[in-house]
Design a protein. Structure first.
Length: 202
């Protein structure tokens, strides 16, 4: 079961009760429907913000609205804007030495399917890559992918999320599952899709 109302840091800050209430409704309705039709097993992925449990996810078809999106699409869109406008710099939020872990949604899907077949114990599993990337390094990768040669200006007074985000995935990896898509490959793929879509829309 993987259905939720989600948003980036600002979206959650603007409407925390709305997100909580909507997700409680979704989950309760699905579980109740499962009970009615006598579903025997439920695999219930949860965000690493709460406690199977995936890390941050990335993919094509991101929402690139700067007011509601997560860190990776924000960086991609702002860097692209700076490039096409011939800007000398781009403003980057966050703390350079904080870290993020991110998993491609295709790998997350495969992990869920793998667990349905291979996992029958009554314990949770962390789903991720087990590797944390410095925010500073993420900014460097994004600039390289976008081919933006300007300077990154770090706005350290801006809102920041958690200073460290990485999961212990040893239990899942010991079962035989491993992610396939590396972060830089996924960023290249995502930016290619976004750039093409933006040019078509323009």
């Amino acid at each position: 079961m993987e259905v939720a109302k989600v948003g980036g840091m600002f979206a959650n800050m603007d409407n925390p009760v709305g997100f909580l209430f909507s997700n409680f409704q979704i989950q309760t309705n699905l579980l109740d429907a499962g009970r009615e039709v006598k579903v025997e097993r439920v695999l219930f992925p949860r965000s690493s913000w709460i406690s199977l449990m995936p890390t941050n996810l990335h993919s094509l078809f991101y929402d690139f609205n700067l007011k509601s999106i997560h860190i990776l699409p924000v960086r991609l869109r702002k860097s692209r804007n700076a490039k096409v406008n011939d800007a000398d710099s781009v403003t980057v939020w966050g703390i350079k030495k904080s870290t993020k872990e991110s998993l491609h949604v295709d790998d997350a899907t495969l992990a869920v399917l793998y667990c349905v077949v291979n996992h029958d114990a009554d314990l949770h599993l962390n789903v991720g890559i087990g590797i944390e990337t410095l925010i500073e390094e993420l900014a460097r990768i994004v600039k390289q992918v976008v081919d933006f040669e300007g300077v990154s200006n770090w706005a350290t007074c801006s809102p920041v999320g958690t200073s460290r985000n990485v999961l212990d995935v040893s239990r899942l990896y010991a079962m035989g599952w491993k992610h396939n898509i590396e972060l830089e490959e996924a960023i290249n793929e995502t930016y290619g899709w976004f750039d093409d879509a933006f040019q078509i829309a323009s």
